[in-house]
Design a protein around this ligand. Structure first.
Ligand SMILES: Cc1cc2nc3c(=O)[nH]c(=O)nc-3n(C[C@H](O)[C@H](O)[C@H](O)COP(=O)(O)O)c2cc1C
Length: 182
């Protein structure tokens, strides 16, 4: 059975981020034969076409994207849309000739936000995926409430129902990737 590599990318940079917590939960509950890295976006500058050479930090994450069989986005919601850190790394990745880093890649989208669980931002992210030729799975959707007992003080996901949902989402994503490889 082929080993599957996933890359998790969260829109929030803060240490106690609940979206980072969702990614950690996903990483802790992967199907057999699957590994996951979580991208560090702390040192990624804003995309600027005047930067002639890709900074090493950007290259590091783009290499991780290239290596990944599929991507897992934890979609932080800022002001009814996806947070800039996530959009920014997608903007950098999209500059590769022929969109070679992203085109055709499968994606899972989860997120933690306010009362609507980052759903508004997630649907904006799905629109972005159309242009980038990324293929998000439809279901299950994962909408978590960041300021609730679903998370502990460190941003770790502790609600069993959501842990199960994230686990199922990873199973569906991996099944899709395995079907593509068969
Ligand atoms: C600038 C800013 C804008 C926000 N806008 C929204 C919003 O429109 N909708 C929402 O549900 N939550 C909003 N929030 C709350 C975040 O979803 C919440 O802080 C969440 O915990 C952020 O994710 P994190 O825990 O991964 O950092 C906003 C937070 C910030 C800092």
């Amino acid at each position: 059975m082929k080993q599957i590599k996933l890359l998790g990318i969260a829109g929030s940079l803060r240490k106690k981020s609940t979206n980072q917590g969702l990614l950690r939960a996903a990483k802790a509950h992967l199907p057999e034969g699957v590994s996951m890295e979580i991208a560090n976006l702390l040192d990624i500058p804003f995309y600027n076409a005047d930067i002639a050479e890709r900074p090493a930090s950007v290259q590091r994450v783009l290499d991780q994207i290239k290596e990944a069989d599929a991507l897992v986005f934890a979609c932080t919601e800022y002001n009814y849309s996806l947070a800039p850190a996530l959009k920014n790394i997608l903007d950098w990745a999209s500059r590769e000739p022929n969109n070679a880093l992203l085109a055709g890649k499968s994606v899972a989208i989860m997120g933690a936000g306010g009362g609507m669980g980052s759903s508004r931002a997630q649907y904006h992210l799905r629109q972005v995926c159309v242009f980038l030729d990324l293929y998000p799975i439809n279901k299950p959707e994962v909408f978590a409430q960041a300021m609730s007992a679903s998370f502990d003080a460190e941003g770790n996901l502790i609600e069993e129902r959501l842990i199960q949902l994230v686990t199922t989402q990873m199973e569906v994503l991996v099944a899709k990737v395995r079907n593509q490889h068969d």
